[in-house]
Design a protein around this ligand. Sequence first.
Ligand code: AMP
Length: 190
Amino acid sequence: MNIILLGPPGAGKGTQAARLVAGRGLVQLSTGDMLRAAVAAGSEVGRKAKTVMEAGQLVSDEIVTGVVSERLDQPDVRKGVIFDGFPRTLAQAEALDRLLAEKGMRLDAVVEMRVDDSLLLGRIETRAAETGGTRADDNAETLKNRLGVYHEQTAPLIAYYGGTGTLRTVDGSASIEEVSARIAEVLDAL
Ligand code: AMP
């Protein structure tokens, strides 16, 4: 099965994706992780992405879609993919539709993890403290930008996938265990 985890920064997409990898043998495709790896490696993609990421803005659709397309050509994705942090714009969603069609894959569900903005700041601050500030974009200033970007550019995907009948919404403000249980219910009902 191929699914998208959709939600604002700090909603717990990465945490839930890791649990789905462990529990269901799916492959996590996190564009944030892939871009951070590119920055660390100093590749051309990384050089282009670095400043944009530090500012909490979105890396270009072209770069991100290219990275995803390459990743989808690796054989392990046949186990099923959890898209984590992708797509983030309507153009990316449309590009993903095309990529999946080209590669003979289908999208089974889009799980929206809904969390109020007020809760997210606290979560991001906790994450910044726990990771010792290893993510340059985990601070209050950048979070505000990232939330703004989410509402402007990514939230329209809720209506996009609502229209395709693939959207399922869970309450992302519950505990990690509870959110996992709700996601499991959604996936088991597919
Ligand atoms: P994340 O780890 O998913 O929160 O992503 C961290 C940062 O990487 C984001 O704030 C963006 O700058 C960049 N990024 C990750 N995924 C995407 C995407 N799908 N489109 C554009 N930029 C992205």
